[in-house]
Design a protein around this ligand. Structure first.
Ligand SMILES: Nc1ncnc2c1ncn2[C@@H]1O[C@H](COP(=O)(O)OP(=O)(O)OP(=O)(O)O)[C@@H](O)[C@H]1O
Length: 230
């Protein structure tokens, strides 16, 4: 199976802090589902952002869907991200002035590389149905619960059918019923399309569903250096 994520000798630090993230090597295959676990502050979100090309490493290479994403953010790297990576952010990042349906359709509104068609709108509605928010498509995010907002973010990430989905605690705000609906939606989508899913989670009940679990805590070299080995 080909690798969709390849990291080599990655070093990252936030300016003015003592936190350090070091990943000597990480490879994730197309079709694989992976959970990142580990204590709060161990660098899970930071690594997702490095994979998405939102943050830039001090050194090392990060290749995602065949492209080095460790350079500076440009319009073309944004198009690469919108077309190839479905992102579920920890804070959801919904646009308050857009309805739920338009938030789900957002990738098609911001990238000239994607064409919005009737089929895409139908798919948005099916995704919304799979996580039980299809009756909220006309609402604005300000009138949604946290769990509903989270599910909108999941639908948006899956809409483009990207080869890679990066999800940051996608079930963090959900009751047990909706938690399993969202996990099923993410994993079933990955298995059906043979795409890759990388999920950050604190919920150990979910881990059996993933092909691989990467524990950041066990690679905590010192209190301030998160060194991830795989
Ligand atoms: N923008 C930032 N500027 C400076 N330091 C940051 C910033 N974002 C995160 N950090 C610090 O970097 C470290 C790693 O943060 P990160 O969010 O990656 O951890 P995490 O493992 O995802 O945590 P959690 O499980 O609580 O979400 C933490 O010490 C955090 O305080």
């Amino acid at each position: 199976m080909s690798d969709i994520i390849e990291i080599n000798d990655l070093h990252f630090a936030f300016a003015g802090t003592t936190f350090r993230l070091q990943v000597d090597e990480l490879r994730v295959s197309l079709g694989e589902t992976v959970a990142f676990i580990g204590s709060s502050g161990s660098g899970k979100t930071t690594l997702l952002h490095l994979l998405a090309g939102i943050r830039t490493p001090e050194s090392g290479s990060v290749t995602v869907v065949g492209r080095d994403v460790s350079g500076l953010a440009t319009a073309s790297s944004r198009d690469h991200r919108v077309c190839n990576i479905g992102l579920v952010f920890q804070e959801f990042e919904l646009l308050e002035h857009l309805s739920v349906l338009d938030n789900i359709l957002l990738p098609y509104r911001i990238s000239a590389a994607l064409k919005l068609t009737r089929e895409i709108v139908d798919r948005a509605q099916q995704l919304a149905e799979s996580v039980d928010i299809n009756d909220k498509l006309g609402r604005y995010p300000g009138r949604l619960s946290q769990g509903e907002r989270q599910r909108v973010a999941v639908c948006r990430a899956l809409l483009t059918e990207p080869p890679l989905v990066l999800a940051d605690e996608p079930t963090g705000n959900l009751d047990p019923g909706n938690k399993w609906k969202v996990v099923d939606a993410l994993i079933d989508d990955a298995k059906r399309r043979q795409s890759t899913l990388v999920t950050v989670t604190h919920d150990h009940e979910l881990l059996d569903r993933f092909d691989r679990v990467i524990d950041f805590s066990s690679f905590h070299a010192s209190s301030q250096t998160a060194e991830v080995a795989t």
